[in-house]
Design a protein around this ligand. Structure first.
Ligand SMILES: [Zn+2]
Ligand SMILES: [Zn+2]
Length: 366
């Protein structure tokens, strides 16, 4: 005669859903196979508790059980599922273990023996500022794991099969007690794989992956910025056991430019002009990122004024229209005047009736 489900979990018949859940967690922790390696009784208790919880956590099954009790023994009729595999228990009640471990572990408790997607890879690509303007096609080279062709990524010698890990029951993780905390850590026996390969593939030595040199042409669109990530689907690490490959993320870093500083789509540059150009105005050309522009300095320009050349900046990823090139003006005064230059300036000061230092005692130190 199978044991009473309430008795298995140690709760009375009036217990609410929360109490039942807590009781099951406690049982599951106590008889967890990781904590009782090789103990058949503990494993049976662990399965028994899962079966009881399977029934008592479902309002429908619970109502029937309350009315009729066991019918036909465990694993039959509307009774418990009769779990054969511990991995199935984690699959069924992952959420119970999940929040027990402080969240986020629910998925991690799943069995690992199925196909696994390859890891995503990151490649940092440095580009010049002018590449932001035009876009760039660049060949990159890197080493990445690819699925082993000999064993189809299983890691097992062709004709043989990996075995479910008995330490973790295929979950790939074991639970450890640290003070008051339960910690889930990677199973040492199977290195988190959930399975053990006894007959390893000769090509990949059981990894299911082999490292390969890869070459890829990356198409960098105009308008990228430092931090832009280009995703190349399926170009990451190869999958295992028939799983899909991961993605490759190409992360852009735009190198600093000697002259232009980027502010979004605008380019900022310092523009030094002489005091005469500032006073009288001037017109000259300066190289930009992709050519030359004529800069017009109006007479009477002061330090700090901005001269804007529209559409000489950068495009963005969203729109091809370019930002502006903005020059910030710095008026440069000579530390020393030529004799004739000083003479003429004194004449101007005289003309305007302005009081200036006499020769030899002035700012210019002669
Ligand atoms: Zn294991
Ligand atoms: Zn292989």
């Amino acid at each position: 005669m199978p044991r009473d489900y309430y008795e298995i979990l140690g709760v009375d018949r009036a217990a609410d859903a929360d109490t039942i859940k807590k009781a099951y967690r406690k049982m599951a922790m106590q008889f967890h196979p990781d904590k009782n390696p090789g103990d058949k009784t503990a494993e049976d208790r662990f399965k028994e508790a899962a079966e009881a919880y399977d029934v008592l956590s479902s309002p429908q099954k619970k109502a029937q059980y309350d009315r009729f009790g066991h019918v036909g023994g465990p694993g039959q009729g509307f009774g418990g599922q009769g779990f054969q595999d511990i991995g199935d228990i984690f699959d069924a009640f992952g959420d119970v273990f999940g929040d027990f471990f402080g969240g986020g572990m629910g998925g991690g408790r799943r069995r690992r023996s199925g196909p696994q997607r390859g890891a995503d890879l990151r490649y940092v690509l440095e580009v010049e500022l002018k590449d932001v303007l035009t876009g760039l096609k660049k060949e990159i080279e890197f080493d990445a794991d690819a699925g082993c062709q000999t064993c189809d990524g299983s890691g097992a010698k062709p004709g043989s099969h990996p075995k479910t890990c008995s330490t973790c029951g295929g979950s790939g993780q074991v639970i450890r007690q640290q003070g008051f905390f339960q910690m889930a850590t990677t199973c040492n026996t199977c290195q988190g794989q959930g399975s053990i390969i006894e007959d390893k593939c000769d090509t990949c030595h059981g990894r299911g992956l082999v490292q390969k040199k890869r070459k890829l042409l990356v198409n960098v669109p105009p308008g990228v910025d430092t931090g832009t990530q280009l995703r190349l689907t399926g170009e990451g690490e190869g999958g295992r056991k028939g799983g899909p490959a991961g993605d490759l993320y190409v992360e852009i870093r735009v190198k600093a430019h000697d002259e232009f500083e980027r502010q979004g789509q605008h380019l900022i540059a310092a523009l030094e002009i002489s005091y005469l150009q500032a006073l009288l105005g001037a017109e000259f050309s300066r190289p930009t990122l992709d050519g030359e522009e004529t800069i017009k300095i109006p007479a009477g320009t002061e330090t700090g004024e901005l001269i804007r050349i529209s559409s000489a900046g950068l495009p963005s990823l969203r729109q091809p229209r370019r930002g502006d090139l903005v020059y910030e003006v710095f008026v440069k005064f000579p530390k020393k005047l030529a004799k004739k230059e000083e003479k003429l300036l004194r004449e101007i000061a005289d003309l305007k009736g302005e009081s200036v230092n006499t020769k030899g005692s002035g700012l210019f130190g002669f």
